[in-house]
Structures are given as C-alpha cells and as structure tokens.
Design a protein around this ligand. Structure first.
Ligand code: SF4
Length: 418
C-alpha cells in the first residue's frame, strides 16, 4: 500500500512525484528502458532512470529533454500489466490542464526541459480525457506561444475529431498497441481492442499525409504531428515470442508509417495482478528487439529474415546480436567481397554498420581494399573478418557455426551489463 495524501490536500509537488513516477513505465521516449549506469541508485548525473525527465529525438535529429508526466493516474480501465489500472492499490493524483501548463513553462524557462511528453490514465471517459490532454497542448501553443516539443499520447477509444485536434498541436502523437496479438490484449487488457487501436493509427497516418501535401501547396496550412506517430509494445507480459513481436512491428511500420516502435520489457509492478508472470524478462531481450528493429529500418532485412535468426522457440538468441545470428544461420551468404559486393550485401556483414559501409563504398572507388584498409574503416575487424574477403584475405578457418558463435559472442560479463 502506498502512503496516500487525500487528493484535495495534495500539493503540486506531491502530484508531480506521483504522476512523474507513474509515467516512467511508458517507454515511448528514447532514453526509456536504458540500464542505470551510476552508483547513486539510478539518480546520479546522467541517469535516465529518475522520474520526470526523459529524452527524445526531435525531427531535426537533436536529442532533447522532455518533462514526462501523466495528467492523471486514475483509470477506468483494468489492464493487468499497468500500475495505474482501476484495481491497483496506488496513490492517485490528478493535474488540471493549467497545472501541467504552468509546470511545463516553469521547467522550460529554467532550461530544464525542451518539451513535454504527456500521457494519462482514462478518467470519466476516453473523450473527456483526450479533451483534457488536448487542452494542455492548446493552452501552451495558443495562449503562451510555446514553441517547444510536445508529444501527446492519444487514446484510441476517443472520437477521431478529438485525436485530430491533438495532432494539430503536438509534434508527435502516439498510440500504444501494448501487446502484439489480440489474444494477448483480450487476456491482459480486456478494455482494449486491436481493431480500434489500428483504426486510430490509420486515421492518424492519413492526416499526417494530407497535412504534408497541403503544406506543399499552401505554406501556411496547419501542421499535423510533423514528427509523426509512434507506438509501444510490452515484451514478456504475455507469451508472444520475438518472431511475433517483430512481425507485428514490421506490419505497423508498413501499414501506418510509424516513426518508431518502442519495446518495453515488462517489469513486475507493485500489487501485481495474479495473471502476470512473476519475473521480468531479461532486459537483454528488449535490447535484441531494438537491434532487430534497426535491421529492418536501416539494414534492409525483411521481418521474416530477422525472425529466421530466432531460436526454435521463436525468440532471438540473447548471447549474440540478431545480425550475427542471421549470418551464422546463413553461412552460405558469406564471405562477402568488400571490393565488389553491393551495399545491401555489405550491410549484412556482422560488425559493419551503416557508417562503415559508407566508408568502404567511398574508399573502394579509389583503390582495391586490403584487410588492413577494412581494419581502418571499421570498429572491429576481428568481428568482420570471418564474413568478408579482400584482395589479400579470404577466411578459410572458422567456418564451423558453433566455433564462430563461441568466438564472436560477447563475454558473459558484458552481457550482464544489460
Ligand atoms: S488504459 Fe492505460 S493507464 Fe489505464 S490501465 Fe490501461 S494501460 Fe493503464
């Protein structure tokens, strides 16, 4: 049981403590889900674990700090994995829209933040809550001419017109799919529906495209979520394996033009529902899903190819990254000749990132590359060497998959960092 102060007597600071802490379970910010890297219990300099501030990437690529809070942690829904669900025994608090505006402006003027990430439990109804979220953004933009970044969580059960309003004020909107399958939603989030969630994503995508087209024709046409839409999936609360999660993410990117899918390893919550697993999945699983996401977005891998790297249980291996896992399974695709291979083939080589591939392509225009050249152009030639050939190098040993896996897997101490 959490210590409670009656809501009517809560100070702004007490509300902030409750509602910033409650928001930390939402992973839709770039810094969420990272491991703590300091000796002060996660609250030292540079910590991303403390409550209240998260980081995100603005459309121009800058990393910005956001005030990350909930409007309220009251909720009429009862999602089993959520600490704010109706049946959870937590201290509750609720901001008014004006209170959130004042906090945002205060922090912004002191240079603590460059924007706001606002989400909410559902109070009274989806429409009422969505109207309150939109009201925060409206006051900031219209009454205070706030130019900072705003990310609004939207509630798919709310009317399309209210969600549309959110996109007119926010830089980014997001709608959480929460779980990859309707079966998972039915079991763990009985008030939610995959069709409704994807319907809202589809309408948001259509409006983003319309607004972009209109701005090409009319310079002053209203903007609509210029930083696009994103979503979050919880990993490990249900029995969906990585292959199912990767397939779902790929479909969402394709169907709704999402900017990002965030993966959030389920973490056991105080006063947890009995239907949830008792243990959190390894944080490394979340990390492997982010790596697989990068393979699909930047390395030309199809979802099925990433899923092919999974083990027999459909989960990605934890001891090696998914690109290496794929390469070890499909050894016949290697070695890749760095002097002749197409960019797409080079991007498949474990240890070659997009920057290194760009350097190789540029360098080989002027000369034929030797292994030493590759070593200068890449971070770790030891990782790359078994999968490439150059004018003076062709791997002859280490063709055995088990050997390679043992040699190339990071040491256990490194894995334990996650
Ligand atoms: S609707 Fe959102 S806040 Fe409410 S219980 Fe579900 S996940 Fe939690």
């Amino acid at each position: 049981m959490f210590p409670t102060v009656p809501m009517a007597q809560q100070t702004l600071r007490q509300k902030l403590e409750i509602l910033a802490d409650a928001a930390k379970y939402d992973a839709s910010c770039a810094s969420s889900g990272t491991a703590k890297k300091n000796s002060l219990g996660g609250k030292g300099v540079g910590s991303t674990e403390g409550m209240g501030i998260c980081h995100a990437y603005a459309p121009d690529g800058r990393c910005i700090s956001l005030l990350k809070i909930l409007l309220t942690n009251h909720c009429i829904f009862d999602c089993h994995y959520c600490i704010n669900r109706k049946s959870s025994n937590v201290a509750r608090a609720r901001f008014t829209p004006r209170e959130v505006v004042d906090l945002t402006l205060n922090f912004y003027r002191r240079n603590y933040i460059e924007g706001l990430f606002l989400s909410s439990g559902i109070v009274r109804s989806a429409n009422h809550t969505m109207e309150q979220l939109v009201e925060v953004a409206r006051i900031l933009r219209e009454e205070h001419d706030f130019r900072g970044y705003i990310h609004l969580k939207t509630i798919p059960e709310a009317d399309a017109e209210i969600i549309h309003q959110a996109g007119l004020y926010a830089d980014r909107v997001s709608i959480n799919v929460e779980l990859p399958t309707q079966a998972g939603l039915t079991r763990l989030a009985p008030d939610k529906n995959a069709g409704q969630i994807e319907g809202a994503m589809g309408r948001t995508r259509a409006r983003i495209i319309e607004a972009k087209d209109e701005r090409k024709r009319f310079r002053h046409a209203p903007r609509f979520a210029p930083a696009g839409q994103s979503t979050q999936m919880i990993v490990g609360a249900d029995d969906a394996n990585d292959a199912a999660i990767i397939g779902k993410a790929s479909r969402l990117y394709g169907a709704f033009g999402l900017r990002r899918v965030y993966y959030s390893a389920f973490s056991p919550i105080p006063d947890a529902s009995a239907v949830l697993p008792l243990k959190r999945p390894p944080l490394l699983r979340e990390h492997r899903l982010y790596q697989s996401d990068w393979l699909m977005r930047f390395y030309g891998f199809a979802a099925q190819e990433v899923a092919d790297a999974a083990e027999a249980d459909g989960n990605l291996p934890l001891d090696i990254d998914p690109k290496l896992a794929w390469a070890l399974k499909f050894r016949a695709s290697f070695p890749v000749d760095v002097n002749r291979a197409a960019k797409e083939q080079l991007l498949r080589v474990p240890g070659l990132g997009t920057t290194a591939v760009g350097r190789i392509l540029a360098a080989r225009r002027h000369r034929t590359l030797r292994l030493d050249d590759v070593a200068r152009l890449t971070a770790s030639v030891a990782k790359v060497r078994p999968f490439i050939c150059t004018i003076d190098w062709r791997p002859t040993l280490l063709t055995d998959r088990a050997d390679l896996r043992r040699l190339l897997a990071p040491r256990q101490e490194q894995l334990e960092l996650f």
